[in-house]
Ligand binder design. Structure first.
Ligand code: UTP
Length: 250
């Protein structure tokens, strides 16, 4: 399996430090967050990893330049997560599926990518989206799963019928929020290539996944509520929580 780590975003929620240091390179103990994410990808079986950076984030390339199996792709304009993933299509080559790990999401207390790779293998190589349960009042911040009919409440592994982007609490089909990790059929690149701009005027990965599910059917896409906890280090508050959580686990 090949992996893509998008790390080309602007990091405006973490200014001013992101003018000097990419948020993905902020330290968690003695390692940059991105190194922990690379380790997670490797633990899940990814031999080749493409990190998507922007020309202003050369520090990342400098840090990883001697690591075997790491390539770089460039996103010169920040047109959204979907667009960033598309820039790594060539690096992903002819793999059947690709593991995508957001560069500003670290997972404490488990290896989300490995767990998801096992779910994919047990389901004939299906796409797998990682989810976390969130309080109902917060669903409007996330992409939310619509599980296939008949999914028992509390199921940790389920089929995904659709995703709903940032729904109002009363309209949300579940409390399962997309949590920074995806294993996607490489057909996703075809959907991304002609994906129109969505929320925020950006090319959204979620929109392309929805089109892929609608073309392939819910059979082809599983959801997995993984064991670990996603820590969003894209803002100071989330970063401090991540540090606390890592301290607790070390
Ligand atoms: P975010 O949604 O946190 O966006 O990206 P951002 O632009 O980095 O941060 P803010 O909103 O300005 O504070 C989630 C992940 O996707 C990458 C980011 O680097 C981050 O790791 N990303 C996002 C890209 O690579 N390119 C993009 O155009 C957007």
């Amino acid at each position: 399996m090949k992996a893509i780590i998008p790390a080309a975003g602007l990091g405006t929620r973490f200014l001013p430090v992101t003018r000097a240091v990419p948020k993905e390179m902020l330290p968690i103990g003695a390692k940059p967050a991105l190194e922990l994410i690379v380790e997670e990808a490797r633990e899940a079986g990814a031999e080749e990893i493409a990190i998507v950076i922007s020309p202003g984030k050369e520090l990342i390339r400098e840090y990883f330049k001697d690591c075997p199996g790491i390539k770089f792709a460039y996103q010169s304009e920040q047109k959204g997560l979907g667009h960033a993933v598309l820039q790594a299509a060539e690096a992903a080559g002819d793999a059947d599926s690709v593991l995508i790990l957001l560069g500003d999401a670290v997972v404490t207390g488990g290896c989300a990518a490995r767990e998801m790779a096992q779910v994919s293998a047990a389901n004939g190589g299906a796409s797998v989206i990682g989810f976390e349960r969130v309080p109902r009042e917060k669903v409007s911040r996330y992409g939310i799963a619509k599980p296939a009919p008949g999914t028992p409440p509390g199921a940790k592994i389920f089929r995904v019928a659709d995703l709903v982007e940032k729904p109002r609490p009363e309209e949300a089909p579940s409390d399962l929020a997309v949590a920074g990790r995806y294993i996607l059929d490489s057909a996703i690149f075809g959907f991304l290539a002609n994906q129109k701009k969505g929320y925020g005027g950006e090319i959204q990965l979620t929109d392309a996944i929805r089109r892929m599910i609608s073309a392939q059917g819910a059979r082809a896409c599983m959801g997995c509520v993984y064991e670990g906890k996603r820590q969003d280090i894209g803002n100071p508050e989330g970063y401090f929580k991540a540090l606390e959580a890592f301290h607790g686990h070390s």
